[in-house]
Each structure stands twice: as structure tokens, then as C-alpha cells.
Design a protein around this ligand. Structure first.
Ligand code: ZN
Length: 674
């Protein structure tokens, strides 16, 4: 599971010890997006072998980029290749409105790893004319176009243009609308030719009753129906995406030669074995080795991990993050982990749903060195893995907070006017100014280190019982755990929060975001789809209802503008506790109906009038609602014999330059992967 950036504008305050003044965090803005860059502090201080290890692992990370494009939709690679041929080969006028619209569109496609918005999963449409596109494609060297054997340029146009321009074709990547066939109405490429009912029947037949160690069924494959047969195309060296996976394996083999210790080498070798066999039992063995390694400083994720892109929540998109531990900042999460059992025992959930022994909740603050696949350019700020429930229960989970990414967001948001516009009064502004960063970081720590790892299912409850609402409710559970404890005096005792009022900054931001400001990410008239956003509105709108009699949360009006006001923070904490207890009950008992009812009532629908007002106020601030990152560039320094003597890190690469270089150097897959 991952934690997405929850707040659009984090507190604009200087962090002690930072000297970020000369580093330009902003790269460029287009559409609703801003591309930033991040620093990798501490890289220079690593040992040569650690630097080499990171270098090999980041190569392994970049080799997988094309996989995600194809997973996100089968037309994404042919379209990207065509757009890139125009971007580099177009000889016409590059100052026209059509060209500007084209420039924006290709940048959006790169950002989304496809033609559907990375966050809303809605297809975005080109603002240039079809005539311009046809002329542009015809004007470039045909050998640079992704033409199939014997295919003409016109045939290419006939196949990709409706997909790009017709709003009715593949309108959503991941459809979550209750009651529709979620597979046939989703453009994602995890299934081909099968209906939702067929896919569910296929996997239900596989599942064994009362299996204490179930594999993650369907995780690493596409389910296809051909000639009446339904079968899985497994992602592995000699299977689907084999061209990309073999290159990943080559770099992992190099990485194994410079592993920090035997445990880490075993992890890398197990991952290689899994990529060769595609065996999900091997993946579980790998996950156990990985979660139990808490000694290595360098760490990485590389594989088919998160299932947000599959409407049924089974199939995983490919991603990679390479990172190393930030020793100093990890002290905070270490303290939280040490006290995991105390938090579990004292949570407001029913005794029956508590874990008797919270095992191995490890947590650390990390510095990301490379982002790839589904973590690039848009990236999480925290990760908690593995996802398999039984492994989490038996072996614990590893939680990370990616602080150099959070720092980059904070630095880039300084002085953008967001809080001044939406926060009710100087009192709350002051709270956020003073404590916004620490409560943000703590919220992420608590969410990732404790929230996802807490609680247990009652015996016999299917981990997938909450179906399409599972992700939303799981995020709500982790967020509520964090919110409940953010106000606990235990945190003050442990010395990780400065005093017993600081939590109010976190509470205020949570409710303001959930009730109002996250709506800047939603287009007028649309519902909320993404599970982290649904989770936030679920918590805030439900809390508003629960506190109504006591006026705990108020929507106040001033000069025709609406604001969130919190009148009783202590009561709000009790409400969070009540919500946590109920969500935990729903999860532990697998109460699908209760979960569905909550999500449908609070998490999906938007107040249109308030939404319009928020969008209007936001538009005046000229802030991009979504952000992502370019990666630094790592270059080996070689001696006369060709040995690596150092790895140099460079931050100057631009956004289109990086995307084109990646397509050229890491274009591992053919345009069509049928
Ligand atoms: Zn989460």
C-alpha cells in the first residue's frame, strides 16, 4: 500500500539544517501538472559499493518503464511512439496553437504513463485538431513510426485516432462504478476478452478454502480469453513482458555482486528467480526475505506490487523505487515501531479485532534515489509492504516515509498562497505554520508503520470480502489510526511531537482537505473515484455528520466564501476513534454491505456548489493540483581499466529530455504486445 500526498500545500516553513536556497525544485508546469525535481542528500557519503548497488538497481528500475505503459492500456505504447516521432521529427511551425496543444498532450501522456489521467483515470483529450495530427504524422519519417508489418501510415492513424480523440472510446482506465461490469468498462490491459463474472469465477475456483498462506492470485498476469479458453499470460522472463523483464534481471544480477550483505544478496537472487519462473509462491518467499531484512541501508522495490489499477484489485502494476535509509530521521519512526504493541492494545477497536502480538512493524525514513514505473513521475510519500495479509500477520511489514520527496513538495509549495486562501483564521494558519510539517510526517509514519499493520481479520474472513471498496476502507482504517493517535499524549511522552496542541494542525488540515480542498483535483460534475481521495472525504464528511449535534465541525461563511472551522478538537478525536472502531469491525468481519453503504453515502458524491467555489478560488492561485518528479541522472566514473571508481549524480536534466532519453535507452517493449 502506498500513501499519496494528502495535502496540496504543505506548511510553508523552513526546516532546520536545510540549505535549499540554490536548488530549483520546479522544472515545468503544464495542464494540471507540475514537474519538480528532488535532491538525494547523503548519496555522496555512501560507500563506493553502495553507490554501485544503487546504480545497478536504478538501471533495473528504468528498464521496466514500458511495462506500465502497456498495462495502463494496450494503445499507450503505439500512441507514445507516434507522439515521440512527431515531437522529435516534426518540421512544421512549432509556434502555433495546435503545436502548443500537442506539446501539452505528449507531456500529459508521459506523465500518466498513458492516455488516461494518472489520478482520476479519466481519458484526457487532445486540444489540437485531428487535421493537425494527421498532417504531422504524415510529415515525419515513416521509419520512426510504430508501424506493424505491412501497415500503412493511414492504417496506423485509423487505429489510434479514435482511441485518442473519441471521448466515448475507453473513457476510463479503471472503472469503479458500482453495478457495471468493471472489467469490460475499464481500458486497463489486465484482462482481455473476459467479463468481470468470468474473471471472478476463474479466480474463485483457484482459491482454496481456509488456506493459511494464500498466494496473491492473479497478481502477475493478464487474464485473457482466446478461442473460448480463459488463461493467464504470466509476466516473466519467457512470458508476457519478457523483453523488459530479462533486462531487469540482467541489472539485478549485477546488483547482487555488490550487495551489502548475504541477506540482501539472497533477496535479489530470490527476486531474479521469481522473474524467471513467474511463480507467486516464490514471490511470497521473496517478500518474506525482503520484509525481514532491516539491516541493509540500501533497499528497493522492483516488481508487480500495487493493485490500484485493477478494478478487481488483484493484478498489480509494475513499479520500482530504489532508496537508502536516512539514519537520523529514522529515529522518529524507530520510536513509533518500538511501541507498536502499546498502540495496538490501546486503540479504540474491539478486543476481538486486535492483534495479540504486533510483529516486526519496522519503519524507517528513506531517501529515494530513483522513481520508476507506477511511482514515476507521480510518486507516493510513504510505502508499506508487502501487501499479502498473511505475510503481514506472520512476518510483519516494512514501512517507509520518503522524506526527500516530502521535502521537495514542501519547498516547492512555499509561498503559493494556498493556506492563506482556504484556512479559516490566523489561529489555524499559525498552527499549520508551526506544526504542519511535523504532523504531516507523523501522520504518514503512523499511517504506514502502525495503521496498515494493525488489527486482524476474524478466522475465515476472506481478505477480499470488501471487494471494490477494499482499498478505500483500508486507507480509511490506516488514516483513522494515525488521526486518533496524533492527539495522544503518548506521542508527547515519547518526545516525537512537541506538545499537546500540535495535533490540531493535522486535524485541521485533514478535515479541510477532506471536505473542501481536495476537490480541486476533481473536474466539475465528476464523482470521486480514487481510493485515497474517497478515504479522505469518507472520514471528513462522516465526522461532520457524527459531530453535527455538538457542532464539532462547522462550514463557516465569510464574504461569500466557505471555510472549515473546527470548534471542538477533543470531541473530534473521539469521533475519529468511533470511526476507527467501526471501520476495523467492517474489515475484521468482512462486512461488505456496511462498507459499501459508508463509501456510497460519504465518499463518492461531491457537493456541486461548494466544488465550483473551491475550483474558482483555486484557479486564482495558479497552482498545479498534481505534482510529479524528474529523476536525477547517475553516471559511473571509470578508470583506465574500465572499473567504476565513483558514481556522479546530476540534477539538471529537463522533463522532455528525460522522457525521450528513457524511451530511447529503456524502450524495452515493442509497440504492440498482443
Ligand atoms: Zn495507505
Amino acid at each position: 500500500m502506498l500513501a499519496a500526498l494528502s495535502l496540496l500545500a504543505c506548511s510553508p516553513q523552513e526546516k532546520a539544517g536545510d540549505n535549499n536556497t540554490e536548488f530549483d525544485y520546479s522544472v515545468e508546469k503544464f495542464a494540471d501538472l507540475e514537474v519538480l525535481r528532488y535532491r538525494v542528500p547523503g548519496f555522496e557519503e555512501l560507500t563506493l559499493d553502495q553507490k554501485k548497488l544503487i546504480y545497478y538497481l536504478q538501471e533495473a528500475a528504468l528498464q521496466g518503464r514500458d511495462i506500465l505503459f502497456d498495462q495502463n492500456g494496450k494503445w499507450n505504447l503505439p500512441i507514445r511512439y507516434t507522439l515521440e516521432a512527431i515531437y522529435t521529427g516534426y518540421k512544421g511551425d512549432r509556434t502555433t496553437d495546435d503545436w502548443k496543444a500537442f506539446d501539452t498532450y505528449i507531456k500529459q501522456v508521459w506523465f500518466a504513463n498513458g492516455i488516461h489521467h494518472h489520478y482520476s483515470s479519466d481519458k484526457f483529450l487532445p486540444a489540437f485538431s485531428q487535421q493537425f495530427f494527421t498532417d504531422a504524422v504524415n510529415s515525419v519519417d515513416a521509419s520512426t513510426l510504430p508501424l506493424r508489418q505491412g501497415e500503412t501510415v493511414q492504417q496506423l492513424l485509423d487505429s489510434i485516432m479514435p482511441v485518442m480523440f473519441d471521448p466515448a472510446i475507453m473513457p476510463k482506465r479503471t472503472n469503479q462504478a458500482d453495478g457495471e461490469d468493471l472489467i469490460t468498462t475499464s481500458a486497463g490491459n489486465y484482462y482481455s476478452g473476459v467479463t468481470q463474472a468470468e474473471a471472478e469465477a476463474f479466480y474463485n475456483k483457484m482459491k482454496k478454502e481456509n488456506d493459511p498462506t494464500p498466494i496473491s492470485y492473479g497478481l502477475n498476469s493478464r487474464l485473457v480469453k482466446r478461442n473460448g479458453q480463459i488463461y493467464e499470460e504470466v509476466y516473466k522472463v519467457d512470458g508476457r513482458y519478457g523483453e523488459a523483464i530479462s533486462r531487469i534481471v540482467e541489472w539485478l544480477e549485477k546488483a547482487a555482486t555488490v550487495a551489502e550483505n548475504d541477506a540482501q544478496r539472497a533477496i535479489i537472487n530470490k527476486l531474479i528467480e521469481y522473474y524467471r519462473t513467474g511463480d507467486l509462491k516464490t514471490f511470497d518467499e521473496y517478500s518474506i526475505l525482503w520484509v525481514e531484512d532491516t539491516n541493509s541501508q540500501v533497499d528497493f522495490v522492483n516488481g508487480f506490487i500495487e493493485s490500484y489499477g485493477d478494478p478487481l484489485g488483484m493484478k498489480a502494476s509494475w513499479e520500482s523505487i530504489v532508496n537508502f535509509k536516512n539514519m537520523q530521521a529514522s529515529e522518529r519512526t524507530h520510536i513509533i515501531s518500538e511501541n507498536a504493541q502499546w498502540f495496538e492494545d490501546n486503540s479504540p477497536t474491539d478486543q476481538r479485532f486486535k492483534k495479540e502480538a504486533v510483529k516486526g512493524v519496522s519503519a524507517k525514513v528513506i531517501t529515494a534515489a530513483i522513481l520508476a514505473g507506477d511511482c514515476y513521475p507521480s510518486t507516493p510519500i510513504g510505502i508499506n509492504l508487502p501487501n499479502a495479509n498473511w505475510i503481514r500477520a506472520a512476518h510483519g511489514s516494512k514501512s517507509v516515509t520518503i522524506e526527500n520527496i516530502t521535502d521537495a513538495y514542501n519547498e516547492a509549495a512555499k509561498g503559493n498562497g494556498f493556506n492563506e486562501e482556504f484556512v479559516w483564521s490566523p489561529v489555524e494558519l499559525d498552527l499549520i505554520e508551526k506544526y504542519g510539517t511535523i504532523t504531516d510526517n507523523l501522520h504518514t509514519d503512523l499511517h504506514e508503520c502502525l495503521g496498515h499493520g494493525s488489527g486482524k481479520l476474524l478466522p475465515g474472513v476472506d481478505p477480499d470480502a470488501l471487494k471494490a471498496h477494499g482499498s478505500t476502507l483500508e486507507e480509511a482504517r490506516a488514516d483513522l489510526f494515525a488521526l486518533y493517535y496524533l492527539a495522544d499524549k503518548k506521542l508527547v511522552e515519547l518526545g516525537i511531537i512537541p506538545n499537546d496542541t500540535a495535533y490540531k494542525a493535522g486535524y485541521y488540515e485533514q478535515i479541510m482537505n477532506g471536505l473542501m480542498t481536495q476537490l480541486v483535483r476533481i473536474e466539475p460534475g465528476k464523482d470521486i473515484e480514487e481510493s485515497h481521495m474517497r478515504n479522505r472525504q469518507l472520514i471528513a464528511a462522516w465526522a461532520y455528520d457524527l459531530g453535527k449535534a455538538d457542532n464539532v465541525i462547522e462550514i463557516a461563511e465569510r464574504d461569500g466564501k466557505h471555510y472549515v472551522k473546527i470548534n471542538d478538537y477533543e470531541k473530534l478525536r473521539q469521533i475519529f476513534g468511533k470511526q476507527l472502531a467501526e471501520i476495523q469491525r467492517i474489515k475484521s468481519e468482512g462486512d461488505y454491505e456496511a462498507g459499501r453503504a459508508l463509501v456510497e453515502k460519504y465518499a463518492v458524491k461531491v457537493d456541486n456548489k461548494l466544488h465550483a467555489e473551491v475550483l474558482d478560488r483555486y484557479a486564482h492561485l495558479d497552482i498545479a493540483p498534481y505534482k510529479g518528479f524528474v529523476n536525477p541522472v547517475y553516471t559511473p566514473v571509470l578508470d583506465a581499466e574500465g572499473n567504476i571508481t565513483d558514481i556522479i549524480i546530476d540534477y539538471t536534466e529537463g522533463y522532455p529530455e528525460q522522457m525521450l532519453r528513457y524511451s530511447h535507452d529503456y524502450g524495452t517493449l515493442p509497440a504492440y504486445n498482443d
